[in-house]
Write a protein that binds this ligand. Structure first.
Ligand code: UDP
Length: 194
């Protein structure tokens, strides 16, 4: 599929439904993929931070917001078909996911992630929220976190630690994590918790 390049970041030109179909295919085939949403803040960060830029080259990057659209428009002459911000995209992905799809939430404050888990369970009763864990942990806790996510048999892992923390963690743990579809979702749990 085609991409728009903004500095070091190649952003997919998929529509929302194309991106969702691709991720559900990955889930069914157990093909591992990390998804990042590129907004203006993340794109500027990638230009200044080679490690984050390199990390994004190993993610499937979707466009989030007006900054990405203007950047693509200026640099390639063409914007994006749709704005794929995580706040709308994740509920749409869960809506399209087959019944029994197992979803794990990692990130945000303990009370926030617990409330977000409850909210997703209510709004998407056909999926199973198979676990959650807050985003304030030490590097030494990583092995336990991976073990818990794998034991929960998650199909989709949502990681909400902000940029660039979430993408760096997703990449560092990609080989060990069993869930095929991992998305970096920024402040989604705060929005979802209400
Ligand atoms: N967060 C976290 N652990 C951290 C830092 C942030 O879980 O070490 C969470 C934070 O609670 C919030 C989300 O990451 O739910 C997004 O944080 P922030 O607003 O700082 O990131 P941004 O929206 O700027 O990407």
């Amino acid at each position: 599929s085609s991409h728009a390049r903004i500095g070091p970041v190649a952003i997919s030109r998929q529509t929302r439904s194309e991106a969702i179909a691709m991720l559900l295919d990955c889930m069914a085939a157990r093909t591992k993929i990390n998804v990042a949403f590129a907004n203006a803040h993340g794109l500027l960060l990638a230009m200044d931070d080679p490690e984050f830029a390199e990390t994004l080259t190993r993610c499937h990057v979707l466009n989030d917001g007006i900054g990405a659209r203007i950047g693509a428009r200026v640099l390639t002459g063409e914007g994006f078909a749709e704005n794929l911000n995580g706040t709308d995209f994740v509920p749409a992905l869960l809506n399209a996911a087959p019944a029994g799809t197992r979803v794990y939430l990692l990130g945000a404050r303990p009370d926030v992630v617990a409330r977000a888990a409850d909210a997703f369970a209510l709004s998407h009763p056909h999926v199973t929220i198979c676990g959650w864990r807050d985003g304030y942990f030490q590097d030494g806790d990583r092995a336990d976190i991976v073990a818990a996510i794998n034991a929960a048999k998650a199909d989709i892992l949502l990681v909400a630690l902000g940029n660039p923390k979430q993408e760096l963690l997703m990449n560092a743990l990609r080989a060990e994590l069993d869930p095929p579809v991992v998305l970096g979702v920024g402040a989604l749990f705060d929005f979802t918790a209400g």
